[in-house]
Design a protein around this ligand. Structure first.
Ligand code: DSN
Length: 424
């Protein structure tokens, strides 16, 4: 493991804390040498990492630009305003709050802003691809609000908009949430907006997984229909770990008050600066091509897996994500995920709709193409990855075979630079 010439990254960490340095470098090596298929992960640019690790980590800035509770904000105010402006321009929204620490607190902030405790949230059920914070019972969002959960269609595994409409009419939720963590198809945001208006509910679009695709024009945009749009910033958008809430001007004050002082203290201005750098990158033609290629790659990988007899939920994908039902392969999701990891292919075990197994050992495997696309891999590489996945899952108990595949995968990965990484 060597540090490249001119690379000052972690030099001081190496000197003062060799243990942490060694572990970070080990993780860096792992990220370079593996095919990373977790659909919610990515590689940020070095510029994003630098901004996130900058002197801005030294600041406390409770409040908002022009209205802070601390002095010393003459520079920070300019940074946060610039990042807000970039978010508004990129997503075509009237207001952007760039302070949420991550997606879960951001969703909670939306509910805190727009609902009263006990009001009804209607979101996609977690085992059907939804998120904990869309009202699942173990989440605060399911404890402090009343939650009803729609499901996907039992046969097609697609969102059934007639069923969503019927549930909305019967349940009269105060807010309807669209968005998921394991749904491989596009959302009809116009229809969600229409249904929400029919029952006088707010509409929250949680675009965390797909915000980079939306920016790239590879997925329809919810902004014209939604009261609030929440995205994490580290998935397809390729920024640091954080989140943003975007909304119509009429909700701006309520959203801002909900984030601070409602739920959070001082914003992480270093992360906000990193988000700003990512938003600038996302406004380029290069990023547009990247977002389109994520989907092309997901389709290519899905095609290869289908040819090899894998059963894909909904039969394929039209976004960045593939959900595999491994029942027919007679391997449980967790065993497959662990075997793949040994072979340097990293995905995650996941429930599938109507899973008969428990969430900690479900029938499915969730993969996606944002990270491999960032490394410049295209359709041929996706087909190769599909072949290795098939081999590794067939060899689930054969450690020697998995290690041999792992070596091939490592050699392959080293041909594709991982942004921001300094190991060589
Ligand atoms: N944990 C994220 C994911 O992996 O999809 C969602 O919060």
């Amino acid at each position: 493991m060597t540090t490249q010439i001119g690379d000052q990254y972690l030099v001081e960490t190496e000197r003062t804390d060799p243990e942490i340095f060694r572990l970070i470098k080990e993780e860096e090596r792992y990220q370079v040498d593996s095919v990373r298929l977790i659909p919610s992960e990515n590689y940020t640019s070095r510029a994003v990492m630098e901004a996130t690790g900058s002197v801005l980590a030294n600041k406390y800035s409770e409040g908002y630009p022009g209205k802070r509770y601390y002095e010393g904000q003459r520079v920070v105010d300019q940074i946060e305003t610039l990042v807000q402006d970039r978010a508004k321009a990129l997503f075509g929204v009237e207001h952007a709050n760039v302070q949420p620490y991550s997606g879960s607190p951001a969703n909670l902030a939306v509910y805190f802003a727009l609902l009263q405790p006990g009001d009804k949230i209607m979101g996609l059920a977690l085992p059907h691809g939804g998120h904990l914070t869309h009202g699942w019972p173990v989440s605060a969002t399911g404890r402090y609000y009343t939650a009803v959960q729609y499901e996907v269609d039992p046969k097609t595994h697609l969102i059934d908009y007639d069923a969503v409409r019927a549930m909305a009419k019967a349940e009269r939720p105060r807010i309807i949430v669209a968005g998921a963590t394991a749904y491989p198809r596009q959302y009809d945001f116009a229809k969600f907006g229409e249904i929400a208006r029919e029952v006088d509910a707010y509409f929250l679009a949680d675009i965390s997984h797909i915000s980079g695709l939306i920016v790239a024009g590879a997925h329809p945009d919810p902004a014209p229909y939604a009261d609030a749009v929440m995205t994490t910033t580290h998935k397809t958008l390729r920024g640091p770990r954080g989140a943003m809430i975007m909304c119509k001007a009429e909700h701006a004050e309520a959203i801002d008050k909900a984030v601070f002082p409602g739920l959070q203290g001082g914003p992480h201005e270093n992360t906000i600066a990193g988000i700003g750098v990512a938003l600038k990158e996302a406004a380029t033609d290069e990023f547009r091509a990247y977002g389109q290629q994520i989907v092309v790659n997901a389709k290519a990988l899905a095609g290869e897996l289908k040819e090899r007899g894998f059963d894909l939920i909904t039969g394929g994908t039209d976004n960045h994500l593939i959900l595999i039902d491994l029942t027919g392969k007679k391997v449980i999701g967790k065993k497959a995920a662990k075997a793949l990891d040994r072979a340097n292919i990293v995905g995650n075990y996941n429930t599938i709709p109507f899973d008969t197994r428990k969430p900690f050992s479900p029938s499915g495997l969730r993969i996606g193409t944002p990270s491999v696309t960032t490394r410049g891999m295209k359709e041929d590489e996706m087909r190769q990855i599909g072949r290795w996945m098939d081999e590794a899952i067939a060899a689930v108990k054969d450690e020697d075979a998995l290690d041999r595949i792992g070596e091939e995968v490592r050699d392959f990965c080293r041909q594709y630079p991982a942004p921001g990484m300094s190991v060589s």
